[in-house]
Design a protein around this ligand. Sequence first.
Ligand code: NAD
Length: 498
Amino acid sequence: MLDLTHYINGGHHEGETGRFADVYNPATGEVEKRTPLASQQELEKAVSAAKAAQPAWASQNPQKRARVFMKLAVLLEENKTAMAELLSREHGKTIEDSKGDIQRGLEVVEFVTGAPHLLKGEYTEGAGPGIDMYSMRQPVGIGAGITPFNFPAMIPLWMAAPAIACGNAFILKPSERDPSVPLRIAELFEEAGLPKGIFQVVQGDKDAVDAICAHPDIGAVSFVGSTPIARYVYQTAAAHGKRAQCFGGAKNHMIIMPDADMDQAADALIGAGYGSAGERCMAISVAVPVGRETGDRLIEKLKPRIEELHVGPYTDEKADFGPVVTKAAQERILGLIDTGVSEGAKLVVDGRGFSHQGYENGFFVGGCLFDDVTPDMEIYKAEIFGPVLSVVRTNTYEEALDLPMKHEYGNGVSIYTRDGDAARDFSNRINIGMVGVNVPIPVPLAYHSFGGWKASSFGDLNQHGTDSIRFWTQTKTVTSRWPSGVKDGAEFSIPVME
Ligand code: NAD
C-alpha cells in the first residue's frame, strides 16, 4: 500500500495526523493507496511557507512570473500520457478523457502566460489640476482552492494558474478520491522554476476545509464541488471576511426542437450524457424533445446506441466510459434508478445489472435511459452524476424553456435546432450561465470565463478568463498631485475636481 503525501514548502511531506483516506482503483474496486488528511497544524505549515515566499514572488515582474507558466505548459504536454494514466487509475475515466482533463488545465496555463497584459492598470492623466489618477491590480496574498474528484487536473489549474500568475501564493486542497495528479502538478511547477511555497498541496477532508475557511492569512477561497458544500464554504469563508467563489452541482437540459438534425442531437446526447460515466458538471442529464413525434424519433435513435455502449476499465482502449468513482457513488446512482422506476418513469434501457468480466468488484454502472420523466420526480430534481439520461417530453417550445428556467441549478444548457430565431430567443431568455446552440457541452475556453447561475454558483466572479484576474487581485487606486507645492488651504467639503 502506497502512502501519499502533502506538498509543502517545496517538498513531499508525510501526514502527521495519523488520519488517512483510502484511494481506490475504481475499475478493480481495490484500495491501492492512502492519502493523509491534514489538521490545522499542517495547514499552518503551508501558510507559513506561503507567507514567507509570496512577497518576493509578487515583486518579480509579471513577465518573469509568466515565463514559469511557459515552461509548465511544455512540461504538462510532455507528461500528459503518464499523468493521464495516473489520473484514470484513481478516477476511473478513460485515458483519452483524462488527457482532455489535463489539456483543459494546460489551456488555462497558456492563457496566464498573457497575464502581464491583463494585469495592466488604468490611468487618467489630468483628473484634476495637476492631478493624475491610476489603478493597479495587486495580489490578494495567499489564495486557497478546494477541488472536486471529477477533474483532478483541470480544476486545480483553473484556480492555481491565474492565482499564481497574479503574484499570489496558492494552497490546494484537492479531492481525497484522486490526490496523486495534484501532487504531480506540484512537482512540475517546481521543475518549471516556481519558488517553493508558492504552490502547495494540503490533502484533507472537512477539517482541512474548515481550517482554510477560518485562517486569517488566507485572503481568497475558490471552491468547486457539490452544491451543499459550495454553499457551506461560501458562507463560512465570507463569515471570516474572505472573498469566495464557490461552484456547485448541475442538472443540464438539452432542448431538441422538431426541426433539429436528429442524428446530430442523438450523437450529442450519447457523448454528453454518458462520457465520463456522467460524472461531469456539464454532462447533459435531461433531454427535452418538443412534440410527441420528436420524442419518439429521439428514443428510437438513442435506445440502440445506449444498449451498445462499451463500458470498461481505463486500460480498455475501446471503452466509451469507465466505472464511477467509489462504491458509495455506485450505490447512490443505483438507488436513484430504483427510485425513478418506483416513481413511474419508464426505464427504456436498464444498466443496473452491468458487470464487467474480470472486474466484478469494479464500481460500474451501465448506461440507463428513462422516458416519461416528469418534473415532480426525484430523478428529475436530483443531480444523479452517473450514466443516466432522463427524457422529459413537452408539447411546445415555451413548455420546454420553462423546465431549465424553473430548475434549481443553472450551470449549462443546450438547444438543438435549425431555427436561428428560436436559438437566439433561447440564448437571451434562459437563466443559465453557459449556453450551447447545437453544442452539447458548452464549456468556455480558457480566455472566456466559466461559471453557472442559481444554485450552481455562489459568489460573483467566474473561473478563468478575465474574471479570474479580477478574483485573484485587489484594486488599489492612487490619486497624486504634481507639483506637490500648490497651496489651496484646508478643504472641509468632499474634494470635487472642477
Ligand atoms: P464534493 O462536494 O463532495 O467535494 C468537493 C470538495 O469538498 C472536496 O475537496 C471535498 O474534500 C470537500 N468536502 C466534501 N465534504 C465536505 C464537507 N462536509 N465540508 C467541507 N468540505 C467538504 O464534490 P465531489 O463529489 O468531489 O464532486 C462532484 C460535484 O462537483 C458534483 O456536484 C459536480 O456537479 C460538482 N462540480 C461542479 C463544477 C462546476 O464548475 N460547477 C465542476 C466540477 C464538479
